[in-house]
Design a protein around this ligand. Structure first.
Ligand SMILES: Nc1nc2c(ncn2[C@@H]2O[C@H](COP(=O)(O)OP(=O)(O)OP(=O)(O)O)[C@@H](O)[C@H]2O)c(=O)[nH]1
Ligand SMILES: [Zn+2]
Ligand SMILES: [Zn+2]
Ligand SMILES: [Zn+2]
Length: 286
């Protein structure tokens, strides 16, 4: 969790805490933990709302998580090159400061919305909600949400997406799933990226990376690929095609898809509780 670094509070949700916001006071007189649980609770409500937006438009939303620089944007560029004619793709880019990644995506002719998180080390459902209302969702088949490069915090926040993908580049070392279990446990798919560099990294063993993933009891598929050389891309593209079909079948039967591991807060919604669950929204829904 991010309770330790306090990063649960972001520009997207601070209105709940500051200036007499909804969560600015706690019933017991200001326990920080209670405030943070309240933030996660609000996040999960917002995430469910976001998922309803996506489902209304039959839009598959995928959350990409990894360390900085492991190749998320490069993978998106290669994916758009390969699938741009087959599917309408949109991208939400989470970055601390710059518009660079969104600019790279827009150059491919795909709509991209940038979220500048400022100091926040992850995206949350509120930030994604602001962004998704800037996209024309009904025009899209797949929405990629590129999370902030960080192997810890992003896994704790439901954004309302359907599938989690955790990337590990071969330059980072094959023991990362063991060192950062939460984010690798949350993966519905693990992508081993930059495999074109494997000949230079004798110590990196793909099978060892996969073994560490299995030791987390995660049965998720691992696909090795290089956005640069194109090796392994076809298997990834087929995963996407298959997942989109799978998602549409679920929608047809009145269900949706939720990512492999939900943050703690979601468990709170599986039983009834007494407080008021109505929400007001200051935007229009199409
Ligand atoms: N050799 C090689 N380099 C790659 C590959 N994919 C990305 N890179 C390089 O790795 C660096 C980072 O790639 P990005 O795609 O920007 O990584 P990112 O995960 O989007 O980075 P952040 O958004 O900053 O977290 C760039 O210099 C890329 O050219 C690959 O498949 N092979
Ligand atoms: Zn954090
Ligand atoms: Zn990027
Ligand atoms: Zn909304």
């Amino acid at each position: 969790m991010c309770d330790t670094c306090g990063c649960n509070i972001t520009p997207g949700n601070e209105h709940l805490i500051v200036n007499d916001g909804k969560l600015s006071k706690t019933s017991s007189g200001g326990e920080a933990v209670e405030v943070l649980q309240g933030v996660l609770h609000e996040n999960d409500h917002q995430a469910m709302h976001n998922r309803q937006h996506f489902d209304q438009h039959q839009l598959l939303a995928i959350n990409l998580m990894s360390s900085p620089g492991s190749g998320k944007t490069a993978l998106l560029e290669a994916t758009i090159d390969a699938l741009g004619d087959e599917f309408n793709i949109g991208v939400i880019e989470g970055d601390l400061e710059t518009e660079n990644d969104a600019d790279r995506i827009r150059k491919k002719g795909v709509p991209a919305c940038q979220i500048s998180t400022g100091s926040a080390c992850h995206l949350d459902a509120h930030m994604v909600h602001d962004a998704l209302h800037q996209l024309t969702l009904e025009d899209l088949d797949i929405l990629f949400i590129e999370n902030v490069g960080n192997l810890v915090c992003p896994a704790s926040f439901d954004l309302g997406h359907h599938r989690n993908i955790t990337l590990l580049s071969v330059t980072e070392g094959d023991d990362k799933p063991a060192k950062y279990p939460v984010i690798f446990r949350a993966a519905d798919l693990m992508l081993l990226t930059k495999t074109d560099l494997l000949p230079y990294l004798e110590e990196f063993k793909p099978e060892r990376a996969e073994q560490y993933l299995r030791e987390l009891s995660n049965p998720a598929e691992m696909i090795s690929l290089s956005a640069k050389s194109g090796e392994g891309l076809e298997r990834w593209l087929n995963w996407l095609r298959h997942t989109l079909q799978h998602y549409r079948r679920h929608l047809a039967s009145g269900a949706t898809l939720t990512p492999a591991l939900q943050p703690d807060g979601v468990a709170l919604h599986q039983h009834t509780h007494s407080h008021d669950h109505t929400h007001s929204h200051d935007h229009h829904h199409s």
